[in-house]
Design a protein around this ligand. Sequence first.
Ligand code: SF4
Length: 746
Amino acid sequence: MEVEIVLADGAGFCFGVKRALDLTAKTIREADPAKPIHTLGPLIHNPQVVAQLKAQGVEVMERPGDQSSGVVIVRSHGVAPKVMDELIGLNYDVVDATCPFVHRAMRWAKQLHDEGYQVIIVGDRDHPEVQAILGYTDETAHVVSTPQEIQKLPIASRVGIIAQTTQSVSNFKACVKVLDGMVEDLRAFDTICTATEQRQTSAWELAAQVDVMVVIGGRNSANTKRLADLCKEQGTATYHIETPEELQSQWFAGVKRTGVTAGASTPDWLIEGVLTRMSEITEGKVAETMEEKIQATEEQETAVEEVEEVEEVEEVVEAVEEAVEEAEEAVEEAGEVTEEALEEAPEEGISEDHMSEYDVKLPTAGAVIKGKVVQISNDEVLVDIDYKSEGRIPLNELSFISNANPEDIVSVGDEIVVKVLKVEDSEGNVLLSKKRADADQSWEKLENLFETGGTLTAKVMQVVKGGLLVNVGVRGFIPASHVSRGFEDNLQKYIGQELELKIIELDRTKNNVVFSHKEVLEEQYAAAKVEAFANLEEGQKVTGVVRRLTDFGAFVDIGDGVEGLLHVSEMAYSRVNHPSDVVAEGDEITVMILGVNQERERISLGLKQTIADPWSTVTERYEVGQKVTGEVTRVVDFGAFVKLEDGIEGLVHISELSHKHVAKAEEVVQSGQEVETKIISVDAQARRIGLSIKELEPKPATPPASAPSARNRQPQPNLTEGTDNAELTTNLGAMFGELFKDAKDE
Ligand code: SF4
């Protein structure tokens, strides 16, 4: 007898079981050898695997406290919170291998309970997973296994219903339907794991196409038992076995095709063993999957027998679709009732958001949905998308900025928009992308802005060759020449800065958008310049920032890039050697507008005009005959200037330096030297103070032979040289009158 053997899709380990086994293997490898390793209850419902683990030193512990210390692995079913607390309290090293799908069911159970809903769990009360979920409702939830059981319950006005992860979808939906009309406020969460759903559908479809079904898995495994029940419901002879040795040849007498499926806890090697043994018994050949079988059959439409098989398959698929449709309608109807109830009860504070929880459909690939960030790790961000398990954004799908710190982009609790890339990846998660959702949203906005010539603000993320990168939902580039109005040699300083930008190039097909900050600045400058020339008036005081220093002054930005010149001579009342003696680049200063030349676009500024003129009160502090000390600031041909205070300098004429003949002033004083002098004249109006050093020295008894007469004195200084000196011409009489008098007497 040659029998065709077909293996159902999804047979064997599910993601949660595989994860638990991987975590256990890792624990065996890495745990302290001195610490015994235990699983709390059998790790999976498969005695062969449990025996293998025991051979590796992993024992089963029935309840916390059975062992005094060591590592305890919590299996994929999870545990109630009080059990977890107990484990931690007993100082075990806990390895939590709870399946993420189960975690999700726990979280929803807790949320419903905390919000005051009566929780109903559709499942097997004695199953460890249900016991764990029950713990999250403080043991208050009702557990039912059929819709009929719901009818016997005392039903509250607010009910939340969830399912054990391995429940059949149709049973859960039928339970939801029963609550239709009975409950004022109903919330339903489809917590059935998709691995279970797929395995059950596949087994159910296969059972309809074969003469015999063999279901492999532990006899105490709920999901394996449910697989066997589903196959039997198709009227197909079904055998539930744990090992290849249990196969019996008489099961396959007169059989043309047989199907094989396996529960979530059945390892591949056991499935392989069963398939091999079946081939030996039946001389059969194994078709890899049911899908491949259907495909092969369709390709051979001329074979009558195979055509019949195809028709059978189509009927089965149709029946499944009808059943699913019916169940979905039931949920929709229940949803409608609840929506009405919600509309009627706004005073209870129920938000419309709750209605979306009725959507028990899977997210579809390509959909753009909202989610809440629940966890950020080094390699991914987990997002609650109201699905059975969190959606996962790998770091390379978070942002287009490479090496960006995820916490700079999102924070826990943020509501974000994401794009579904794949409904389930190999680890059972929904794969999401934030950067693609951002990109979709952003391109539309960018295209609008480009058309209208508008601007946007974006944060600089990175310096790259030739410019800067900004995050605008897509990657934007600012060429270095468009960063500022002038040449910019330090681009690093822009990182983290928000810049207002204008789009200068956009090509969505090439994923290319180029921005200019310079164009925004130029526009601002042009507008500010017009405003400045229209509004600035001489004598007005304005605040500005020193942008550049030159030998002759400083350019001061008095707003939006409009610059005026602060000439060195307008910086202080005393002489300033260099502008850097008074101001530095970046200083914020108050200046007075001294002149505005609109034609030449020049603005002249003054700094000294903003402070009181020390000469206006000079006579209050200085008088003829007074001794004063000061620092020599300059030594010139005709004498030396001595600083008495900020803005006040006096002149010691060369003839007043000494009683002796002085050919050059440097012979007596040097710049920087502190000297004691006597005031010989004060002229506030002319802004002059005459000083003498010689008057403080004893006068020689007889004039030295070489002392020059007034006629032989050095030529008088060119007193018209420079602003300071020009004013001296009005004071010669006052300062040097005595000398003139001497000459006249002679
Ligand atoms: S919830 Fe699903 S994936 Fe998780 S352990 Fe159970 S059957 Fe496996």
